[in-house]
Design a protein around this ligand. Structure first.
Ligand SMILES: [Mg+2]
Length: 286
């Protein structure tokens, strides 16, 4: 950062061999958080972490961010500061400074937006479009039940993403699971022009999903459809997943399925029972 927040624009100095990656993500009161329940610092952390999770999804490092707040008229400056502190706290974990932004108050609900700038720093960004038939499908951690609190407190998988690539796993396609496996896996497959089969028994189920089973849906259903897990979903060639590298065993991932040439995403309950994996996840993009 050559010039931090405070002037009309911030100034960043860029390494010539770094690619610049940029994206933006917002959180809305009543959709991504509930301002009557969640403290402003947690809201700030969440909007930043969602953007950092997109950096993880591309295997890039965050370089800088800008923050915009649309603040309800009845919230004061101290409330806004708490949100900024939350954004900053989340960014500090990955040495990502806030280099600008804008705050305005209005008669509507709270909206917080972060735009993030990432750098490739020696690793080719992983897109959604490179999955090949025969690749294995993997996730970096257990899924489901994030509504019990993890949707506000998750940790972006930036180091894990870099570690997976640096460990020689050669991910062919990757994204972060924001809307649930049943919605995000079809997106990855569509971008790659492939299909996939996932094994129900292989899906790592979070204990939060087990807690939620009282609502009549099984833990696996929660793991497939709930969303806001922010674990990484990626594909890689099966031979590159073999333990060629001594680091391999420590890499944080679980294989849940296989990429197929024919389009369509299937869930296999046992050897002779499979059904289409229908998206029932929470769709934030509506
Ligand atoms: Mg994403």
């Amino acid at each position: 950062v050559v010039l931090p927040a405070g002037d009309d624009l911030g100034i960043l100095k860029w390494n010539a061999d770094d690619l610049l990656l940029v994206g933006t993500d917002q959180v809305l009161d009543g959709v991504h958080f509930d301002s009557s329940v969640h403290p402003p610092r947690a809201i700030g952390r969440k909007v930043m972490n969602r953007n950092l999770s997109d950096c993880a999804a591309m295997a890039c490092l965050p370089a800088a961010a800008v923050v915009t707040l649309a603040l309800p008229r009845d919230r004061g400056i101290d409330y806004a500061k708490e949100i900024y502190l939350g954004v900053q706290e989340a960014g500090d974990v990955y040495a990502c400074p806030i280099v600008g932004g804008d705050t305005a108050s209005w008669p509507g609900k709270l909206v917080a937006t972060v735009t993030i700038f990432g750098r490739s720093h020696g690793i080719e960004p992983v897109r959604r479009s490179g999955a090949k038939p025969g690749d294995i499908v993997c996730v970096t951690g257990p899924l489901g039940g994030s509504i019990r609190g993890r949707h506000m407190t998750f940790a972006p998988r930036i180091f894990e993403a870099r570690q997976i690539i640096a460990g020689g796993l050669a991910a062919t396609a990757m994204l972060d699971l924001s809307d649930g496996l049943s919605r995000d896996l079809p997106r990855l497959c569509a971008a790659s022009g492939v299909g996939a089969v996932v094994r129900a028994s292989a899906i790592p189920v979070h204990e939060d999903a087990i807690e939620l089973r009282r609502d009549g849906r099984s833990p696996v259903e929660h793991a497939l459809h709930d969303g806001e897990d922010y674990e990484l979903l990626f594909t890689c060639p099966v031979d590159r997943a073999a333990p060629m590298n001594p680091n391999h065993r420590t890499l944080p991932f679980v294989q849940i399925g296989t990429v197929t040439a024919e389009p369509g995403v299937w869930i296999e309950h046992d050897e002779d029972r499979r059904e289409p994996l229908e998206p029932k996840g929470w769709d934030h993009s509506l």
